[in-house]
Design a protein around this ligand. Structure first.
Ligand SMILES: O=c1ccn([C@@H]2O[C@H](COP(=O)(O)O)[C@@H](O)[C@H]2O)c(=O)[nH]1
Length: 275
């Protein structure tokens, strides 16, 4: 998916919502446990209920890996089921020495190797340019680099001063010099709203993946006011607050209501701040 295609979808749906598929076998409604693939059945119903209100889906790979081969099978079926117009994000936070990163990239981007064909993957920048390069070599795919994460521990390293700037600012600046940097997005937590203005000065045009609204308490209005650019430039993720809005036969209907409410709020902010 190109930058332009993503922006057009945002305009069409009046939404920049990413639904997080953090599907936990211990949390899904009991009646689904009687189906052959409860994780996929849950995801399928969530996708059917929310597709009109979001532009992206983000399965967090941990929830699938934890189940072994069965989890990978559910993940593969989920990825095949997500409508092609939605940007798919493998939230895997990978990154290693070059040849190992190459295999991680094949895992998520090369269906002939792994059966998975994601549009994008989250990558940790800590090991530097050669650890990210193999992902960027897949020309029609996106790398979503961790910049300033939503958790309290983001202060431990990401905010440390290195020279004249903090480490996360260096990640933003240095990664701009890498080949294929036009296909980088950045993770910035919704809980970090005070930093969005500064971040936009460094990377005015890039898309930001913003987790942390809903269960983590981030403020959608602030994120939109300070983070939006002229092409929206935001994908705001909500996982638990949507997919676990209900826990019974009506779970998908409840998820739909949550996604719809966020979309309606986003429509207001698109009118107000995307110009
Ligand atoms: O900085 C980060 C990076 C990734 N995440 C992930 O996003 C979702 C958030 O889930 P919620 O239930 O909406 O809180 C989850 O998969 C995290 O691993 C993040 O929260 N912060």
């Amino acid at each position: 998916m190109t930058y332009k295609e993503l922006y057009q979808q945002i305009l069409r749906k009046k939404s920049y919502l990413c639904v997080g598929l953090d599907t936990d076998i211990r949390k899904i409604p009991a009646h689904l446990l009687r189906t052959p693939d409860p994780i996929f059945e849950f995801n399928k119903q969530i996708i059917d209920a929310t597709a009109d209100f979001c532009v992206s889906y983000k399965p967090n790979i941990a929830f699938y890996e934890a189940l072994g081969p069965k989890g990978w099978e559910s993940l593969q079926k989920t990825i095949e089921y997500i409508p092609k117009e939605h940007l798919s994000i493998a939230d895997a936070k990978r990154g290693d020495i070059g040849n190992t990163s190459g295999l991680y990239a094949r895992t998520f981007f090369d269906p002939s190797s792994s059966g998975l064909d994601f549009d994008s993957v989250t990558v940790a920048p800590y090991m530097g340019s050669d650890s990210v390069k193999p992902f960027l070599e897949f020309e029609n795919k996106w790398v979503i680099l961790l910049a300033l994460t939503s958790n309290p521990g983001s202060a431990d390293f990401q905010r440390l001063n290195v020279g004249n700037a903090s480490l996360f600012e260096e990640v933003l600046k240095t990664s701009q010099t890498w080949a294929g940097s036009d296909r980088i997005m950045y993770v910035v937590g919704a809980t970090q709203a005070s930093e969005f203005e500064k971040i936009r000065q460094i990377i005015p045009d890039h898309f930001l993946l913003v987790p942390g609204v809903g269960a983590q308490g981030g403020n959608l209005e602030e994120v939109s006011r300070f983070g939006m650019n002229t092409s929206c430039g935001l994908l705001v993720n909500a996982s638990r607050s949507i997919i676990y809005a209900g826990n019974d036969y009506d779970f998908a209907q409840k998820a739909k209501q949550e996604a719809s409410a966020l979309q309606q709020e986003m429509e207001i902010y698109l009118d107000k701040y995307c110009n």
